[in-house]
Design a protein around this ligand. Structure first.
Ligand SMILES: Cc1cc2nc3c(=O)[nH]c(=O)nc-3n(C[C@H](O)[C@H](O)[C@H](O)COP(=O)(O)OP(=O)(O)OC[C@H]3O[C@@H](n4cnc5c(N)ncnc54)[C@H](O)[C@@H]3O)c2cc1C
Length: 402
């Protein structure tokens, strides 16, 4: 295993750094730095996507023919790492990082021609309709019905925890088209415009006070059969393919290192306290180890080896360490962290309560005010994209043969 960057990689890293220096405005960096969750402020995220699109870097992992970059795995990693270190706002993953890959693999020529360029520009903004009130970890139990009627499927049911359903103009849904022997059969993957008659969105407010997730209700919603992705009744194949992109590909190491470094700077006075300094040092070492694991996984993939359940391992380690760091930040914020001051942050969705103006008096420093929002928001990391218990099941089966 060779973990050194090659001269070509170093030249690429410098090119990325120059681009970030020239294009990340102070407002965009602020949005990246003060984001309370994996979803930064929507406007900032879309602005950054447009800038990346102009440079041809909005969707580097796509095949080149659809607008992707002909990069090595290492270059992808360098790009993600440098973007995080520079404080770039993250892009919403549901379109570019998730459904686009399924459209590329399973879409008709018409679907590819319509959706892919519009996802790149942000004109089409997708949300994900997988989970239902009675189907989360056991996703194949989903019941939202789609009944064939002429050229349409008529959909009735509801999806829950749908991130950014209020911003999205399309939703990709798993719907039940048949009851067959296995529950994984009879599911269809459907692309639905959010302005279809019969759709209602009910926002859900999180413990952080932000409104990013929603419940989406479908009452006799007519969707043309032309919007089926893949084959009718075979949507599970598409859904599983897409989940590989949802769970894999995230580089936790750089994000965690940035979090730990920021905490060390912000809470410098607390580093005199040996107990706090030891906890922060422990977290920083774990972040470094996690990054080495990511290099190892990347190296295995680039040599054509199967990384095994590495995506599950990295997801568990990454989200748990992130939760530890947000806990430490809350501890460091002390009593100031108890004040509810969402106007200090760049939330991923509107804040439900009355929001004072951004220049309103802050109790304490900005990072102290943001600490509790991040703490609450980060609890979700071990639940979404397949809960950590489910990831442990995957590891138990794949590694221990249980
Ligand atoms: C912030 C956030 C954003 C989300 N965004 C979206 C979105 O955009 N679109 C979407 O479709 N969904 C989204 N989700 C839903 C997410 O995918 C589900 O919450 C997740 O799959 C868990 O399902 P559940 O909430 O129904 O919990 P359950 O499946 O009911 O699980 C409850 C608990 O039981 C444990 N458990 C369940 N089964 C097992 C088992 N076999 N072995 C061991 N433990 C088990 C789970 O780990 C969990 O702790 C989001 C969730 C969150 C928190």
């Amino acid at each position: 295993m060779d973990l050194d960057w090659s001269p070509t990689d170093l030249a690429f890293r410098d090119e990325v750094r120059r681009f970030l220096d020239e294009n990340l405005t102070p407002e965009l960096r602020r949005a990246g730095r003060l984001a309370t969750s994996v979803y930064p402020d929507h406007e900032a995220s879309m602005t950054w996507q447009r800038i990346l699109h102009e440079r041809g870097w909005a969707a580097p992992a796509w095949p080149v023919e659809y607008g992707g970059c002909d990069w090595s795995l290492t270059q992808h990693y360098i790009f993600d790492r440098e973007s995080t270190l520079a404080g770039a706002p993250a892009l919403s993953p549901m379109g570019i990082r998730m459904v686009a890959h399924a459209i590329i693999a399973f879409g008709t020529a018409e679907q590819k021609a319509y959706f892919l360029p519009r996802i790149l520009t942000g004109e089409v903004f997708f949300c994900q309709g997988y989970s239902e009130p009675e189907a989360g970890s056991d996703l194949a139990s989903l019941t939202m019905a789609a009944v064939a009627d002429g050229d349409d499927l008529v959909c009735t049911g509801s999806k829950i925890w749908t991130t950014h359903a209020t911003e999205a103009n399309w939703i990709f849904c798993l719907v039940r088209t048949s009851r067959l022997e296995r529950k994984q059969q009879g599911i269809t993957f459907l692309l639905i415009p959010m302005d279809s008659p019969g759709i209602q969105v009910r926002p859900l407010v999180m413990t952080s006070g932000e409104q990013v997730q929603n419940q989406v209700f479908f009452d006799q919603v007519r969707v043309p059969k032309a919007n089926v992705l893949g084959r009718v009744d075979d949507g599970w194949t598409v859904a599983k393919y897409l989940l590989n992109f949802e769970r894999g590909g995230a580089a936790y190491g750089p994000t965690l290192q940035v979090m730990a470094e920021a905490l060390a700077n912000q809470a410098a006075a607390l580093l005199d306290d040996p107990a706090f300094a030891a906890k922060l040092a422990d977290a920083r070492i774990r972040a470094d180890v996690l990054e080495i694991l990511e290099y190892r996984t990347m190296s295995a993939i680039s040599h054509g080896r199967d990384p095994g359940p590495a995506a599950s391992t990295l997801k568990i380690l990454g989200t748990e360490l992130s939760q530890r760091l947000t806990e430490l930040a809350l501890e460091a914020a002390g009593p100031r962290g108890r004040a509810y001051q969402p106007h200090a942050a760049m939330p991923g969705g509107p804040v439900a309560d009355y929001l004072p103006p951004a220049d309103c008096y802050l109790a304490g420093e900005q990072w102290q005010a943001v600490a509790p929002l991040r703490y609450f928001n980060d609890r979700a990391g071990s639940i979404y994209a397949g809960s950590n218990e489910i990831q442990r099941n995957i590891i138990a089966k794949a590694t221990l043969g249980l």
